[in-house]
Design a protein around this ligand. Structure first.
Ligand code: BES
Ligand code: ZN
Length: 456
């Protein structure tokens, strides 16, 4: 093991340069203009896996390709499926970036680039750990199956059926995912819960054309106005969501879990200050940390309608729209929630408004019993690499395919996030801390050793 760690430490510069290289490819999955960049990134990963002698292929899908690699050189040892995603979020608003998102910039020990933390800089450590094992021992202590997708940020529409149809090919003893993060710097955590998601766009249509707001306003229903009122009515004064049956399946927190939340190091004042907000809103009866990961939410991610250009224009717009994400917790069902959303919005719509709904993506929430030996191995790997005991925490974000893996492959999922809470995922100036990255490679290498020791 020391030799493997020594090998990893000696190669830090190379490890950094390779990640920078991958970060230069603008693999934005949601934007058709980047289709070629998606293929280039898949090729880049394929070339790397093949250079390690790992038999690999690019699997085309109806959307972006899956990169698949398989190392079966560990005989009877357990098989670990390593999942990650090579796609990234769009970069807007571009003017708020301090350096261009696809020209990675290293400042103050951090790499600034879109995808630096989500997920290229968390996925790549696993490839580099495999490389180090092979360089030192010519073998890896576990069998590995790499599944690297290009559609996580758009809800994994093609990976989900792929997993369902390829249970044998993907059969494994545990699934390793680095696509989350530490609870705080110096506080590594293994994630035991993720929220699910129902994302719906709603379009409200009123009159058959834009109208003069003076000549028609007052009698004709204004879709922007109507939509604003409808959206506002989706929460009550206690910040509870008013959709019918929304909370019916929500698993309540046990006292033990609530105590666990209380024991986490969290300074609410510092949190507010770091975000530049004077106050917080949230469901009554729950602490901020509980609201952030154990309770469901409904958020407006975008809302539009009418005139938004320079100056003023008096207009009664013909339509308005909103994009709304709902984060779900066990045992809520994305389809049921989507149906309840539609029902409630139709009930709230005033006369003269027609509604259209577009469901963008869904994903089931995820919660594991954290007693698997693979979870213990993940915790121990983090402790060995970062020198701190790892906690078990729940996250507010979603990785839709995690529940599909868990259900289809019947194996425990180890969510060994390597990011930090201030990495600014999905925001301008996304970054990855270099120390997290380099130690992350060590953690991945430790995990391979520890998992290899788990008897089948
Ligand atoms: N890496 C994130 C998920 C995440 C973020 C987990 C923070 C834990 C902490 C992932 O890439 C992501 O952003 N997922 C989307 C999924 C959605 C598009 C269905 C999300 O959570 O918004
Ligand atoms: Zn991600």
């Amino acid at each position: 093991m020391e030799k493997v760690i020594g090998q990893i430490r000696a190669a830090q510069e190379k490890h950094r340069e390779e990640l920078l290289d991958m970060l230069r490819i603008p693999s934005i999955s949601s934007d058709p203009a980047h289709k070629v960049d998606m293929e280039r990134t898949a090729q880049w990963l394929l070339t790397k896996l093949q250079s390690l002698g790992i038999s690999s292929e690019i699997i085309p899908t109806a959307g972006h390709s899956i990169v698949y690699g398989e190392y079966m050189g560990a005989g009877d040892a357990p098989t670990i499926l390593i999942y990650g995603h090579y796609d990234v979020q769009p970069v807007d608003p571009l003017n708020l970036w301090n350096s261009p998102p696809f020209e990675p910039d290293v400042r103050d020990g951090k790499i600034y680039a879109r995808g630096a933390s989500d997920d290229k800089g968390q996925l790549y450590p696993h490839l580099l750990a495999a490389e180090a094992w092979l360089a030192v021992h010519e073998k890896i202590p576990v069998n590995l199956k790499f599944v690297i997708e290009g559609e996580e940020e758009v809800g994994s529409p093609n990976l989900q059926p792929f997993v369902e149809e390829n249970k044998e090919k993907l059969a494994c003893d545990a699934i390793m995912v680095s696509d989350s993060g530490f609870f705080a710097r110096g506080v590594p955590s293994l994630v035991y819960g993720l929220r699910g998601m129902a994302y719906i766009e709603v379009i409200a249509r009123g009159p058959n054309r834009d109208l003069h707001s003076g000549s028609f306003g007052g009698a004709v229903c204004n879709p922007a106005d109507a939509l604003a009122g409808m959206v506002a009515a989706l929460h009550d004064e206690k910040r509870r969501i008013t959709l019918p049956g929304f909370y019916d399946k929500v698993r309540e927190l046990s006292q033990a879990e609530r105590d666990g939340y209380k024991a986490l190091p969290f300074d609410e004042e510092a949190y507010k200050e770091s975000l530049g907000v004077g106050g917080l809103v949230g469901e009554e009866g729950f602490t901020t940390l509980e609201q952030l990961s154990a309770r469901p939410t409904l958020e407006v991610c975008g809302i539009w309608g009418g005139y938004t250009g320079e100056g003023a224009k008096t207009v009664l717009p013909a339509e308005a729209g909103a994009k709304i994400s709902m984060r779900l917790v066990p045992d809520q069902d994305p389809e049921q929630v989507a149906a309840a959303f539609e029902e409630k919005m139709r009930e709230l719509a005033p006369a003269g408004i027609e509604l259209e709904f577009i469901t963008h993506h869904g994903g089931r929430p995820f919660l594991i019993e954290p007693d698997s030996p693979y979870i213990m191995a993940g915790k121990e790997a983090l402790r060995q690499a970062f020198g701190q005991e790892a906690l078990l925490t729940r996250e507010g974000g979603s990785i839709p395919v995690v529940d599909v893996f868990s259900q289809c492959l019947q194996a425990p999922v180890v969510l060994m996030g390597l990011g930090l809470p201030d990495d600014d995922l999905h925001s301008p100036n996304e970054k990855m801390d270099l120390d997290q990255y380099h130690r992350g490679i060590e953690a991945a290498a430790h995990f391979m050793k520890l998992a290899g020791e788990i008897g089948k």
